[in-house]
Ligand binder design. Structure first.
Ligand code: KIV
Length: 271
């Protein structure tokens, strides 16, 4: 008799089959054990340990400062919580660009030290050598095109990408290149819905959109954004499923008031 639970793990092949059968893929970010446990129990298909941890967990303005060690720490916490979902980890800025051997070492460290199921990296043709080397080592790779936050200082703003034809054409070519290199999927961030539809229909690997419209094969959001934890962050593409900022603020205020008023703990809450 098996000692393992009979939970069927989502794999990159499951995602491929979901695309073929028209079943949409649900993906959210996660950075810690407790949140990942709730997400896995809820039935999320994919968890992304995103380098957005740099913003929402560490409070940096951009994703650039987060290190490979820090990404591995977050990934280890998430992996411990997940029985069913596929867990993908972002390769952080500076750990894969320009040197494919270093890229492979970074990916191997993530896989070995966290137990994650694959990695994600940003860019197309420019990072082809890195993708080729990582894929050839048997590590599943997800691409990321459109608004790639690690290049924010090149773009200058977080506005919609690929509105102009030359950038749109490069994105179409990059998407095909990622497929050719063996990526199992690609995130399309903040691009026109029409272009995302075109790309989704032109490649056989799944596209996961964030601000890229309804035609992508799946959707991803940053968990803090969809839970309404970040007050005031309300871009057009974001649907807030809760207002945790308000709910948590009210809970914290009640606690503070109870402590100040000597209402907590009461007689039944002590030994
Ligand atoms: O780091 C992240 O959260 C991401 C998503 C926005 C796709 O890359």
């Amino acid at each position: 008799m098996s000692v393992h639970n009979e939970v069927k793990r989502v794999t990159t092949h499951t995602l491929q089959s979901m695309k073929v059968h028209g079943e949409k893929i649900s993906m959210l970010t996660a950075y810690d054990y407790s949140m990942a446990r709730i997400l896995d129990d809820a039935g999320i298909d994919v968890l992304l340990v995103g380098d957005s941890a740099s913003n929402v967990m560490a409070g940096h303005e951009t994703t650039l400062p987060i290190t490979l060690d820090q990404m591995i720490y977050h990934a280890q916490s998430v992996i411990r919580a997940c029985q069913r979902c596929l867990v993908i980890v972002d390769l952080p800025f500076g750990s894969y660009q320009g040197n494919s051997k270093e890229a492979l070492n970074s990916a191997i460290r993530i896989m070995k030290e966290s137990g994650a199921h694959g990695v994600k990296l940003e860019g197309g043709e420019e990072v082809a050598e890195s993708i080729k080397r990582i894929v050839s080592a048997g590590v599943p790779v997800m691409g990321h095109l459109g608004l790639t936050p690690q290049s924010i200082y090149k773009f200058g703003t977080y506005t919609v990408r690929a509105k102009e034809e030359n950038e749109a054409q490069k994105l179409r070519e990059d998407a095909l290149k990622l497929q050719e290199l063996g990526c199992f999927g690609v995130v399309l961030e903040k691009i026109p819905a029409k272009l995302a539809k075109e790309v989704t229909e032109s490649i056989s690997i799944p596209t996961i959109g964030i601000g890229a419209g309804k035609h992508c094969d799946g959707q991803v959001l940053v968990i803090h954004d969809m839970l309404g934890i970040n007050k005031g962050f309300k871009p057009r593409f974001l649907r807030q499923y809760s207002n945790l900022n308000q709910l948590m603020n009210a809970a914290f205020k009640s606690y503070i008031a109870d402590v100040k008023a000597k209402n907590f703990p009461n007689d039944t809450e002590q030994y």
